[in-house]
Design a protein around this ligand. Structure first.
Ligand code: HMG
Ligand code: MG
Length: 285
């Protein structure tokens, strides 16, 4: 039954909470992260140094990083769209950062007010600086199957953007089915193209469960060799600039699924369930 190791990258405190209508106090975010820190994750995305005018929900990110009890062996990650965000993330002592690109021009414009090429111009100095201080940088590609503005996205386009992120120094590229449009078949076709340019051991799957297919898409990714999956406790989440992006795949469901399949995740299901309950309560206030 032993199938080896799979890692869940917890993104709840960032992707889960960035889209909530209620203004969530820093103390509640810190309490959630402190529970997650005990659950066995190696990486937790807890912050986003973006414009507070664009994403007001992430405005307290510096205070969140200052308030958490850092657990040994856990890297606390932050999203950074530009040099300003990178500098803020370093000042807040993020352990790693993530840059985020889109496979579609429409989403790139709506999400970060820049074309794909302009986004890469902003990323270049971040990677340069990060290299000097050994700051790990993760790269996201959004809309790997479909874009809410441009429609279906060709696998070759996803591969091209993933290739650019990896070539510029991202240690891992997370492939985002931002609006949950993927099916096992389209996910497999996309991964076939991406695997040609980025080693599969450096890829992660980032599935939103909008259409209830995220677990099936994880299974398709597993059969293609992917072993890292992003998930959010309580299934919270979405992107304010991607209508329909509701719901990251729930960490508790992914962990139960992977464990049942025989993968070792190193996570404590009870603590994850506790965090999931907290996350759902945070939504309701
Ligand atoms: P802009 O308006 O084009 O840029 O925004 P700007 O340079 O003109 O800046 C506008 C204002 O923001 C200025 O303030 C800047 O100082 C400030 P003002 O002069 O008006 O007072 N500003 C900043 N403030 C704080 N931190 C910063 C920063 N940069 C500028 N880093 C910008 C461009 C990229 C800043 C904006 O579009 C933005 O913040 N976008 C973020 C969008 C976002 O966070 N989306 C969600 C994350 S992506 C996602 O969820 C997908 C993912 O989960 C994977 C998947 O599911 O597909 C990762
Ligand atoms: Mg997402």
């Amino acid at each position: 039954m032993d199938k080896g190791v799979c890692e869940i990258f917890e993104v709840g405190p960032r992707d889960g909470l960035q889209n909530e209508a209620r203004e969530i106090p820093v103390a509640e975010k810190v309490a959630l992260i402190d529970v997650l820190s005990r659950a066995g994750f190696s990486r937790i995305e807890v912050a986003s140094f973006v414009s507070p005018k664009w994403v007001p929900q992430m405005a307290g990110s510096g205070e969140v990083l200052a308030g958490i009890k850092r657990a040994e062996g856990v890297r606390y990650a932050a999203l950074t769209p530009n040099m300003r965000g990178y500098e803020d993330a370093v000042a807040a002592r993020a352990d790693e950062i993530a840059i985020f690109a889109s496979a579609s021009e429409g989403f790139s414009q709506k999400n970060i007010n820049a074309s794909i090429d302009e986004a890469f111009e902003r990323f270049a100095p971040i990677l340069e600086e990060a290299r000097h201080v050994d700051m790990p940088v993760r790269g996201y590609v959004s809309c790997v199957i479909e874009c809410p503005y441009d429609g279906a996205i060709a696998p070759a386009q996803v591969a091209a953007v993933a290739d650019r992120l990896f070539a510029m120094g991202c240690y891992e590229v997370s492939l985002g089915d931002t609006i949950g449009a993927g099916t096992p078949d389209t996910i497999a076709k996309m991964l076939l193209a991406v695997r040609d340019v980025v080693p599969v051991g450096r890829l992660a799957g980032h599935f939103h469960d909008t259409n209830g297919r995220a677990i099936d898409n994880i299974d398709a990714s597993l059969s293609m060799g992917v072993r890292v999956f992003d998930a959010a406790v309580g299934g919270l989440g979405g992107c304010p600039f991607a209508p329909g992006a509701a719901g990251n795949v729930a960490t508790e469901a992914v962990n139960a699924h992977l464990t049942a399949l025989g993968y070792e995740t190193g996570l404590d299901q009870e603590l994850i369930e506790e965090a999931a309950t907290m996350a759902r309560q945070m939504r309701n206030g």
